[in-house]
Unconditional design. Structure first.
Length: 327
C-alpha cells in the first residue's frame, strides 16, 4: 500500500495542503487558506451567510456518487441558498470529517468537485478544517454579496402575487428512486441527484425583477412553499396542469412503474426534494423574468393548496422518514 493511499497516512497538514492546492483566486478573497482565518471583501457592507451539512448515508452514498459528485453537491446546495436571497455566491468555508482509511484519491476528487461547482457559481473556497470521524461528514458555510439589493425573504408574499419556479423540479427525486431500484434510467435524473445544478444567476435576477419572496427548493416544492405561506400569512394555490415535467422525468416515471413505483411526474415535482430549483412570488403587474414559469397564485388563507385542495404531500424531514404522504 502506497504511503499516500489514505488520508490517515497523509496526516492532517498534508491533507489540508493537498485539498487547498489549486484553489482559484477570487477578488472576493483578500486572504485565503493558510492563516487562522480568511479575510473576505464585503463591498455591500452586508454579508449573506448560510450553512448546511452532508452526512454519508443520509445525503449521499459513495456507491452511487463519485467524490467529484459529492464535492459539487456540497457547494451547490449551499450556494443555492445564497442565490435564493437574491445574492451573488462568493465564498465557501468547508469542514471535512472522514475516517482515516478514506482513500486520499477520494479527497482529491471531492476538492475537484468543489472547485468545479465554485467555478459554475462564481465563488471560491476560502478555508475550512479537516478532522477524523467514523463517517464522511461535510459542513459548508456559504457567503454571498447582495450587491446593493434588498434581501428577498420568505415573508414578503402578498395576495395576488404570481408564484413561479425556475430550475429542475422532480429530477433529483426520480434519480434517487432509479438508483434505489437499480434501474438504468435517464442520466438527467440520476446526475441531478448526484450533483444538482441550481440556477444561481436567476436569484439575483428575480430580486432585480421585484420578487416579493423567494427560497431554494430543497425539501420538496409543497413543503418549501409552505414556509413562504406561513411566513407571509397567506395561502399558496398551485395547479398540477401548470407543472411542466421534463421529458427525462416522464421517461423515469415510465421506467419506475415497472418496479412498483406509484408516484407520477407531478408527485416527484411537488414533493421530491433536493431539487435546488428556486421558487418565488412576484407582483402580478410585474410579469416574470426570463426562464421563470408560473405555477400558481397567492391567495387569502393559509397553507398550500393543489388544485383547490389542501396539499396531500409533504417533502423531506431530516428527523422523519423522508418523503411522505399525509393521511
Amino acid at each position: 500500500m502506497a504511503v499516500s493511499s489514505t488520508i490517515g497516512r497523509l496526516g492532517e497538514f498534508q491533507l489540508i495542503a493537498r485539498m487547498t492546492s489549486g484553489l482559484a483566486p477570487s477578488g472576493d478573497v483578500l486572504l485565503g487558506p493558510g492563516d487562522d482565518a480568511a479575510v473576505v471583501r464585503a463591498p455591500d457592507q452586508r454579508v449573506v451567510a448560510s450553512m448546511d451539512l452532508l452526512v454519508e448515508g443520509r445525503h449521499f452514498r459513495r456507491d452511487w456518487s463519485s467524490a467529484h459528485d459529492v464535492g459539487r453537491k456540497a457547494a451547490a446546495q449551499n450556494f443555492a441558498d445564497i442565490a435564493a436571497m437574491g445574492a451573488r455566491p462568493t465564498v465557501l468555508l468547508v469542514g471535512f470529517a472522514a475516517p482515516a482509511d478514506l482513500p486520499a484519491s477520494w479527497a482529491d476528487g471531492f476538492t475537484a468537485g468543489l472547485r468545479a461547482e465554485c467555478a459554475a457559481a462564481g465563488g471560491t473556497v476560502a478555508g475550512g478544517d479537516v478532522v477524523g470521524a467514523d463517517t464522511v461528514t461535510i459542513a459548508v458555510t456559504a457567503l454571498g454579496d447582495l450587491e446593493g439589493r434588498r434581501p428577498v425573504r420568505r415573508d414578503g408574499a402578498r395576495v395576488g402575487d404570481l408564484v413561479a419556479v425556475t430550475g429542475h423540479l422532480g429530477l433529483s427525486a426520480a434519480g434517487q428512486a432509479l438508483l434505489a431500484a437499480g434501474i438504468d434510467g435517464p442520466p438527467a435524473c440520476t446526475d441531478e441527484h448526484r450533483h444538482p445544478a441550481p440556477p444561481y444567476a436567476r436569484g439575483p435576477q428575480a430580486a432585480d425583477h421585484g420578487a416579493t419572496a423567494m427560497l431554494d427548493v430543497s425539501d420538496g416544492l409543497v413543503q418549501d412553499l409552505g414556509h413562504i405561506a406561513a411566513a407571509s400569512a397567506v395561502a399558496i394555490a398551485l395547479t398540477t396542469e401548470s407543472l411542466r415535467p421534463e421529458a427525462a422525468l416522464d421517461d423515469a416515471v415510465a421506467l419506475l412503474r415497472g418496479s412498483g413505483e406509484r408516484r407520477g411526474a407531478a408527485d416527484f415535482m411537488l414533493a421530491g426534494g433536493e431539487d435546488h430549483a428556486l421558487a418565488a412570488t412576484f407582483p402580478p403587474d410585474a410579469g416574470l423574468p426570463p426562464h421563470w414559469h408560473p405555477i400558481g397564485v397567492v391567495e387569502r388563507g393559509s397553507g398550500v393548496l393543489v388544485d383547490g385542495e389542501p396539499a396531500a404531500v409533504r417533502g423531506w424531514d431530516h428527523f422523519g422518514q423522508g418523503p411522505e404522504t399525509t393521511t
